[in-house]
Design a protein around this ligand. Sequence first.
Ligand SMILES: NC(=O)CC[C@H](N)C(=O)O
Length: 335
Amino acid sequence: MHRLLHLEEAMGPSVVSTGHLPEPDAVAGLVQAAWERYRPVTEGMVADYIPALAAASPDWFGLCVAGINGATHAAGEADRPFSIQSISKPFVFALVCQALGGGRARESIGVNATGLAFNSVMAIELNAGHTMNPMVNAGAIATTSLVPGRSHAEKWRFLLDGLSSFAGRSLAMDEEVYASEAATNQRNQGIARLLHGYGRMYCDPDEATDLYTRQCAVSVTARDLAVMGATLADGGVNPVTRERVLDADRCRRVLAVMATAGLYEQSGDWLYEIGLPGKSGVAGGIVTIAPGKGGLGIFSPPLDEAGNSVRGQLATRFLSERLGLNLFASAPEAA
Ligand SMILES: NC(=O)CC[C@H](N)C(=O)O
């Protein structure tokens, strides 16, 4: 958890959750206020272990809230594209659950928190060769290895079409980010081969790593993330296109695994501060879901030591509190 979240304690009163988002003008005003409040933050480092990501400006900052009625409220650079990275994980897990059934996905992958870093090899060894959670690399690559299709091209089409359905528009892969990560992802190749050795890879390990690297290089904006999040907030129906992307009973399972490990080893702190399922990526995106209300997408490249966007965490907490989104907050009925 970024230390600024500990420092910035008193932010004014938290609003207690009601059944819906506040009025549109209030949401728009708070989105703008979050952007202004956290734009001056200079903490965090832009990721550089994927060489193409190092070119990002630390100043980029955009955010967007999408309601389950499809209305969006944005501030800053909400339409600047960046690679989705690990935020693809919950959505691909969702697509695989939809295709194969949640039971099969759970047996093959696992749904418990790892408590370990996103690229941990130890997590595999500590769990008798079993992956723990689809939100960290081992479980995510195993999830991608379950994608249906007779060829690499068919599997890639399944992934790209599925992610596009969540966003409500045709997404494309950033070729530069893909090439850059494909040339430097020996660690993920190692994870896939280790899992293969344990009988926990469900297609060729190199093919799974390649598909996973491609899904991570899909280009999105903060506005896309908000709509993708709102689809999960809306029981699996995209609020803009009205397409059902995911069955409601699978949707709630996806949100559960996001809550357990969406911010890697900081997921407990995240839940404690923000009280909502969320998922971060190393390009600086974070998607957060307020079930029955909407989705929040943020983009700001500087990351803390766990690889989570610093401004993203601060702005999400601000909006969770001011919009009354925390799932654990309730006011006593009998006062
Ligand atoms: N945390 C992330 O966003 C990591 C995604 C990145 N593609 C990787 O596998 O290393």
